[in-house]
Design a protein around this ligand. Structure first.
Ligand code: NCD
Ligand code: ZN
Length: 343
């Protein structure tokens, strides 16, 4: 196949940051995607409808002139989020979900939830009004091995949560394990996003020829058997699995550091990365539904009317792209891609 035309995709998990960083990264997403679920982990986080409205305005102001893009906003859940804020979020229309971060799990998650049961009143309200809950599904306990944190979260927190709130619609974000795939497939009202890095790489890449900080994201890459389970789920045609890049830009010096930040930047070439992953298992025919149908179907939004075209051609991913004072290193920087979005 030399050309692939698909319905314009959306990104169901994206970090856009704020200020100069927002202005630097947003055009990349706008070029490929019509809409994105925008993560609320700013500093301070986006906790209220008023903060989400202000952030949305800053995003809209940063869209390149003449282009169209719809930011779908989320609220950052804390121990103290009042159920009334969720009701107000629903009324605000532009807020599409609530994001749960376990306190301390990842970038800017200090205000996250310390004990998920503390939020039961909020979950009850969400279940009643059908507001989706987006989960960073990892435990943070120091005695749990880094590579087991997703599996333990599912067993210890997510299974009980789904028993307490069976109708609550949940997205287990950026799934990384076969355990997560099995859980999602088996549980009503649970879907999952999958990132390009978790489809393309196992944890070996983190140490290939030396320590490779630009492949460090959370949840961390897992062993090859898990990657294969994710690829199988993404290409299975199961509508529970859809595209969410988790593109999470950090300045080069924040990544290349004695204590580097977690996050891979993929907004530059996201759809091409997914195309390569799907092609690797001869499943390009499944890309469109994963990238452009199942996400809007889950969020009960219309599918996009426009389309994009990918062309089979070789091009080199730049070593870095502009990002304020420091550069931003894209995922797989300097390497060759075999698909390119051409229109
Ligand atoms: C994200 C970030 O940098 O905001 N990092 C990451 O590795 N995915 C936070 C997150 O989604 O966990
Ligand atoms: Zn994320």
């Amino acid at each position: 196949m030399q050309k692939l035309t698909i319905t314009r995709p959306d990104d169901w998990h994206l970090h856009l940051r704020d200020g100069a960083a927002l202005k630097a990264v947003l055009p990349h997403t706008v070029r490929q995607f019509a809409r994105a679920i925008v993560m609320p982990n700013l500093k301070p986080p986006v906790r209220s409808v008023a903060e989400a409205a202000a952030y949305r305005d800053r995003i809209l102001a940063a869209i390149p002139v003449g282009q169209r893009f719809e930011p779908l906003m989320t609220l950052y859940l804390t121990d103290n989020t009042p159920p009334e804020e969720i009701i107000a979020a629903q009324a605000a229309k532009f807020i599409k979900a609530v994001k749960y971060y376990p306190a301390g799990a990842t970038t800017n998650s200090d205000s996250g939830v310390t004990d998920i049961q503390k939020c039961d009143r909020v979950f009850d309200a969400m279940q009643q009004i059908d507001m989706p809950l987006l989960l960073h599904g990892e435990v943070t306990a120091a005695d749990v091995d880094m590579f087991d944190r997703e599996k333990v979260f599912i067993e210890k927190h997510l299974m009980p949560l789904k028993q307490r709130f069976p109708h609550l619609r949940v997205v287990l974000e950026h799934v990384t394990t076969a355990d997560a795939v099995d859980f999602v497939m088996a549980t009503h009202n649970v879907a999952a996003t999958i990132t390009p890095q978790h489809l393309l790489f196992s944890r070996n890449i983190l140490f290939q020829g030396g320590l490779r900080p630009h492949y460090y994201c959370l949840p961390i890459l897992k062993r090859e058997t898990h990657r294969q389970a994710l690829l199988k789920a993404a290409t299975s045609g199961d509508p529970k699995f859809f595209l969410g890049t988790d593109s999470a830009p950090h300045p080069r010096d924040g990544k290349e550091s004695a204590c580097g930040c977690a996050g891979c930047f993929s907004a530059l070439h996201a759809i091409e990365l997914y195309a390569e992953a799907f092609e690797s298992v001869d499943a390009l025919d499944k890309l469109e539904a994963f990238a452009s149908f199942y996400g809007p179907d889950f969020y009960r939004l219309p599918r996009n009317p426009e389309s994009i075209t990918l062309t089979k051609t070789t091009w080199r991913i730049p070593d870095e792209v502009p990002f304020g004072k420091s550069g931003l290193v894209p995922l797989r920087a300097g390497e060759e891609m075999t698909w390119q979005m051409t229109s």
